[in-house]
Design a protein around this ligand. Structure first.
Ligand SMILES: [Zn+2]
Length: 288
């Protein structure tokens, strides 16, 4: 069997919040107990939302928690040519098309650009959309949830936006393929996009990988913790050691004997010795 390769892939649109720490601990621990590698990828392609200074802050904060990732951090904005090439290959294979619909037009109308034959240089501000095949694998195996079924209902998926932002879905799939990621461990907020992303794997001639979706950290019954809804920075809520213990408790792990006075690296090492995937809960959990 090939070596397990996992990754943690935060977006530098703010400091790390508790939900990102849970994802980091989950991805890190699962990779370590499977004797695998854990990569760090900074998903900073949305230049409207991401800031360089947050990249530095996130790297420093992860360091403060005692995480040691394999290799250098991979910064997506340094590799934009790779995503453009993948996008153009999909156009060449007639699996993607250019679109000139505005967002306001799409609110009340559907896009018929697939039949217009728009060319990249025929007009500025074209978006690029991937054609979701009518017949596609609509399920996947999740290590926590078991078999999950999510038929993709939409007809197309944006690969490059009209404002030239490369989409999260394109970049994430291209990178997981290039970096040889064997299992994606991430928050359950992304569980329903999985089969859509698998359509991209297939179109890019890559093998499917496995998934493990972690419980979602919720601010209350309705809102997940996220940078968009201004969740507090996790390191403003407690020391690295305190917050690591809290994240491990959130993942229902054995935290017996772990003390906030211990250095974070020691807490991580001790937690890894007894981390159990089967203890990870399903669904959403309000953070108290
Ligand atoms: Zn269109």
């Amino acid at each position: 069997m090939s070596q397990y390769i996992g990754r943690f892939a935060p977006s530098p649109s703010g400091r790390l919040h508790f939900g990102s720490l849970v994802a980091a601990v989950g991805a890190y621990a699962v990779a370590k107990i499977k004797d695998g590698k854990i990569l760090l990828r900074i998903e900073d392609l949305d230049f409207f939302r991401c800031k360089k200074e947050y990249t530095s802050i996130i790297l420093r904060e992860l360091d403060e928690f005692g995480f040691k990732f394999d290799g250098e951090p991979y910064i997506q904005s340094e590799h934009t040519d790779v995503y453009y090439k993948a996008a153009k290959d999909l156009v060449a294979k007639e699996k993607a098309f250019y679109c000139n619909c505005t967002r306001s037009y799409l609110k009340n109308n559907s896009c018929h650009c697939r039949n217009k034959g728009l060319k990249e240089d025929s007009e500025d501000n074209l978006a690029l959309r991937f054609i979701i095949p009518k017949v596609h694998q609509d399920y996947f195996e999740d290590e926590i949830y078991g078999q999950k079924r999510f038929p993709v209902l939409q007809e197309s998926l944006t690969l490059i936006r009209r404002d030239k932002v490369i989409s999260y879905n394109l970049a994430c799939v291209v990178d997981d393929i290039r970096q040889g990621v064997t299992q994606v461990v991430r928050g359950s907020d992304l569980i329903d996009i999985t089969t859509t992303q698998m359509c991209l794997y297939k179109a890019l001639d890559a093998d499917y990988i496995s998934y493990l979706h972690l419980p979602l950290a919720m601010a209350d019954d309705t809102y997940k913790l996220s940078k968009q809804n201004r969740s507090p920075a996790v390191l403003d809520q407690g020391s690295p050691s305190q917050m690591l213990i809290k994240a491990l408790e959130f993942l229902n792990q054995d935290t017996d004997g772990l003390q906030p006075q211990m250095p974070p690296k020691k807490i991580l090492d001790k937690a890894l010795e007894r981390f159990e995937i089967k203890r990870i809960p399903v669904g959403k959990k309000v953070v108290v």
